[in-house]
Design a protein. Structure first.
Length: 266
């Protein structure tokens, strides 16, 4: 009876050891695949900074008179030589010198200011032409973000809005794949003929306060590869699979042999 109890105890101990060996590695890996594991108690509201206008931006500018004589404003709602875009309206385009040209008031510099600031500038210039003018400037937006590296759908992501966050881009790319390094997200942005770079760690919510949380047109997002991917680059996956299988078999055989030796001594 004692011998049976000893055999049963050895069997249970062996089963537990094998279970722990198979679970520990999985637990270690899964921790690296979780987002937002740190900093949740310090998340602050992220303010969206309105981007400044730049060359080749397409604008719709509407002028409204502060009287019943809307015909006074009609002249400024027609773009001479303008083009009908895919949006179906007449538009102003900022030229290579950074200007737009409106009837009667001529050229207006429109770069490096916001749409609201441009509206204020036009409104002041129209005070002698239209009674109590109200000017509305709408920028037609199409953001192009280049997504590279370890995501499920790398390529170009297009958005027809301005407040596009890094989370929007990752979601559009189908999330990081199993080889994506959550703490190695690089954003490259061209500013004044040179590139600025930002590193983001998706495991720590501190990235919500990064200048790269909201993306800009032509930003590049690169997701680095984790150690597992780097170790397998250039290696034969069949060989790796065979090695892994062999090691598992050897490990199991070793445990069984040790169990047999213990049982034989009982």
């Amino acid at each position: 009876m004692n011998k049976q109890k000893k055999v049963f105890s050895v069997f249970v101990a062996t089963t537990i050891i094998l279970g722990l060996l198979s679970c520990n590695s999985e637990k270690r890996v899964n921790k690296n695949f979780n987002y937002f594991t740190r900093g949740l108690d310090s998340i602050k509201s992220v303010a969206f900074v309105e981007p400044k206008l730049k060359i080749n931006d397409i604008l719709k500018i509407q002028v409204i008179a502060g009287s019943i004589r809307q015909e006074d404003a009609a002249l400024f709602n027609t773009v001479s030589g303008g083009n009908t875009t895919q949006f179906g309206v007449m538009t102003y385009s900022i030229d290579d010198q950074g200007n737009i040209e409106m009837p009667k008031i001529g050229k207006i510099n429109a770069v490096n200011i916001t749409a609201k600031q441009l509206a204020d500038t036009i409104q002041k210039k129209l005070e002698n032409e239209v009674k109590n003018p109200l000017v509305i400037v709408i920028k037609f937006v199409k953001l192009k973000i280049n997504v590279l590296g370890e995501v499920r759908k790398p390529g170009v992501a297009n958005f027809f809005k301005e407040n596009v966050s890094i989370l929007d881009v990752i979601a559009e790319a189908g999330d990081l794949n199993e080889n994506g390094k959550r703490e190695d997200i690089l954003v490259m942005r061209k500013i004044d003929e040179k590139y600025e770079t930002y590193k983001l760690d998706l495991r720590n919510t501190a990235f919500f306060n990064s200048p790269a949380f909201y993306l800009q047109d032509n930003d590049v997002v690169y997701v680095g590869a984790n150690r597992s991917k780097l170790l397998t680059v250039g290696r034969d996956p069949n060989t790796d699979r065979n090695i892994s299988l062999t090691l598992q078999i050897l490990s199991t055989v070793s445990v069984l042999l040790n169990t047999y030796v213990i049982l034989k001594r009982l």
